[in-house]
Design a protein around this ligand. Structure first.
Ligand code: TRP
Length: 373
């Protein structure tokens, strides 16, 4: 089975156990879940359901926290298009972590990244999406007093002196091996990982005190932080820890596209989609694990493991009992594919309507989120 997982490309039916081995990350096990639960009363559904499935050094973060040494959170979004429901998964979880541990969040917008890595993204569009994407991030509900947006080109004065220190410790051959870059890759791509490393220690520089860093992110970003973890101790900083999630599959299903893609409109539901669009896309494109006819479905039942509507409900239906009932009813043939899709459509449209309201309000809040330093 072929799979490819890099920060800029995810292909094939992703085998997460294989990724754990290949990347050398640790699986999130019962023991660590119990430790998290000591701080949170209940576990977030993304933890209970294995959506956040791997980590690096999470025990170190918890050890320090329990000693009174608070960490900060770091995550990010490179503007390149409209935000879709897949992008929201790590951010929803990051907000939960911010609330549970009452910690600062540094959120990076590398507005040069996708410009450097995509052929068809103009600088003007990258700036337009920077603005649009910030609204979606604010709408997640992060604490404005504890959340700081870092924009690569706007905070270049802070980032660049630190990025060169990182860059000096990384060779071209390391980058080629980590990211599959080639001789004819543009030179901005080669430097880029140094920029993504900086927010993992910038708060320590600004506060003149080393602070542990925890990075919630989708597993495709791991390459960057593998490199950062080698370099940062050489500069006198902690190795950043991370907690990693799997991808929300696209509408075409796990076998068609490993993750939802913003550039293929019919695989994604965007945060600004209206209810009619959501209904149409799901009914028309969501890969179904149901049988060809109603009679056959009643007899044999559906397959929730491959059914996109069911897979998405695992991300968006918080109630375990309700989810379990949907699973059983679908598997037994009691629930038809169209009925399952209707449940998902209702769920998503409620979620999107709430988001869109908060997104409107966010238009007045951007300034208060941008890092002042
Ligand atoms: N490279 C990420 C993207 O493509 C953006 C990003 C920057 C990021 N810093 C991060 C993601 C830290 C996760 C964690 O969108």
């Amino acid at each position: 089975m072929s799979q490819k997982v890099t920060p800029w490309e995810v292909k094939g039916n992703v085998d997460y156990d294989r990724l754990i081995k290949e990347f050398g990350v640790s699986k999130i096990d019962k023991k660590i879940l119990t430790r998290i639960q000591k701080h949170s009363k209940t576990l977030h559904p993304f933890l209970r359901r294995g959506i956040f499935f791997a980590h690096r050094d999470l025990t170190f973060i918890l050890d320090e926290f329990e000693k009174g040494n608070k960490f900060f959170l770091y995550t990010g979004r490179s503007p390149s298009g409209n935000v879709h429901i897949g992008h929201m998964i790590p951010w929803i979880f990051t907000k939960w972590l911010q609330d549970v541990f009452n910690v600062e969040l540094y959120f990076q917008f590398p507005d040069e990244e996708k410009y450097l890595f995509k052929n068809n993204l103009s600088w003007e569009d990258s700036q337009k999406y920077l603005h649009e994407n910030m609204l979606d991030v604010i709408a997640v509900g992060f604490d404005p007093k504890k959340t700081h947006f870092i924009i690569d080109t706007k905070h270049a004065n802070l980032l660049y002196p630190e990025a060169v220190k990182v860059a000096k410790k990384i060779t071209f051959s390391t980058i080629k091996a980590a990211f599959g870059l080639k001789e004819d890759s543009n030179i901005g791509q080669i430097f880029y990982t140094a920029m993504q490393a900086v927010p993992a220690f910038l708060p320590s520089v600004l506060k003149k005190k080393e602070i542990p860093c925890l990075i919630p992110h989708a597993i495709d970003q791991d390459g960057h932080f593998r490199v950062s973890r080698d370099v940062l101790p050489k500069l006198g900083h902690y190795k950043p820890a991370s907690i990693q999630c799997r991808f929300l599959p696209g509408l075409g299903g796990m076998h068609a596209d490993g993750k939802m893609s913003a550039s293929e409109e019919n695989t994604a539901i965007y945060m600004i989609d209206d209810p009619a669009t959501v209904k149409k896309k799901i009914n028309k494109y969501a890969f179904s694990g149901g049988q060809a006819t109603v009679e056959e479905h009643r007899k044999k039942g559906g397959n929730p493991e491959v059914d996109v509507a069911y897979q998405w409900l695992m991300f968006f239906e918080k109630d375990d009992k309700r989810l379990e009932k949907i699973y059983q009813d679908y598997k037994s043939g009691k629930l038809l594919s169209g009925e399952l899709k209707a449940i998902l459509i209702e769920k998503l449209n409620v979620f999107l309507a709430e988001h869109q309201k908060k997104r409107e309000k966010a238009k007045k809040q951007i300034d208060s989120f941008i890092l002042k330093a």
